[in-house]
Design a protein. Structure first.
Length: 166
């Protein structure tokens, strides 16, 4: 099965088995539509049924069935939450799941120059974190600077090199 990472469990919330989730999606309300999620524990994906979802300003409060006390969820700290890829949001043109961009080779003028190792957001826009000659550089994730992305071939082609890799 192919999974998409949609959240990160921060800590328990209250005493009745709820916990706070840092959403890894733009649309927090998507959590309301989910019936189940998968927790990745020691490399194994464990399916869990959702009991309740509360959408707050900057986080989600989630309760899973069979988790009724704070002690039940204390061990879930720092675990990622996944859904099946088939249940993921429909993407528009030039929209990508961040996990699909990571590990793409970066090309400039037909030559490989580095690899995407992460994505970061500093408020104004998303940035690719590109490993270039052993150093991490931030590059704008914008159509102005990227000519092509091919997820299947794991390729990102950029069109500007100067001022970014110096």
């Amino acid at each position: 099965m192919d999974y998409l990472k949609v959240g990160f469990i921060k800590k328990p919330h209250g005493l009745k088995g709820e916990f706070k989730v840092l959403p890894l999606t733009d649309d927090y309300n998507r959590f309301r539509k989910l019936k189940r999620v998968y927790l990745c524990v020691n490399g194994n994906y464990i399916q869990k049924e959702i009991d309740t979802v509360k959408v707050l300003a900057d986080e989600i409060v989630l309760k899973l069935k069979e988790y009724d006390k704070i002690e039940d969820v204390e061990s879930l700290r720092n675990i990622y939450i996944f859904i099946e890829r088939k249940d993921g949001a429909k993407l528009e043109e030039w929209e990508y799941y961040s996990q699909d961009i990571i590990d793409c080779d970066v090309f400039y003028q037909g030559k490989i120059i580095g690899k995407v190792i992460d994505l970061e957001n500093f408020g104004a826009n998303d940035n690719l974190v590109i490993l270039f000659n052993g150093t991490e550089f931030y590059y704008p994730f914008s159509r102005n600077y990227i000519d092509r992305i091919d997820i299947d071939k794991k390729i990102v082609e950029i069109n500007t090199f100067e001022d970014f890799f110096e």
